[in-house]
Design a protein around this ligand. Structure first.
Ligand SMILES: [Zn+2]
Length: 117
């Protein structure tokens, strides 16, 4: 069971990753305007379905403060993989780089490590 401080930090780090993911999603051809629809064939075929579903699950309206610990933690884990993909693609050394994404990665990893106790 994660304590309240860990939960708040999960929600904090998710906020940054959500901002970045929203900027990256290309919704030009999305008939749902970015509202993920679990039963939709369009969503199942979409190349951005994982990011989109994750955004949907972590939306403010999803009420993160009342999600179970494991849902919060797996949302942060997804975010770490997601942002980690950008830093790898950009050849950043995320352990030492001072850019926003790498700094975020270290912080999010710290939150995850704290949540495993
Ligand atoms: Zn970096």
């Amino acid at each position: 069971m994660a304590d309240n401080q860990t939960r708040s930090r999960c929600i904090e780090v998710l906020e940054y990753a959500r901002g970045l993911a929203k900027d990256q999603l290309d919704l030009t051809d999305c008939p749902h305007h970015g509202y993920y629809a679990a039963g939709s064939g369009v969503c199942r075929e979409c190349s951005e379905q994982y990011e989109c579903e994750w955004l949907f699950r972590t939306d403010q309206s999803a009420d993160l403060h009342h999600k179970p610990d494991d849902a919060l933690i797996s949302a942060v884990e997804f975010a770490v993989h997601y942002i980690g993909g950008f830093t790898v693609a950009a050849n950043h050394t995320s352990s030492t780089c001072q850019c926003g994404n790498c700094t975020w990665l270290r912080e999010a990893q710290g939150v995850l490590d704290g949540a495993q106790d």
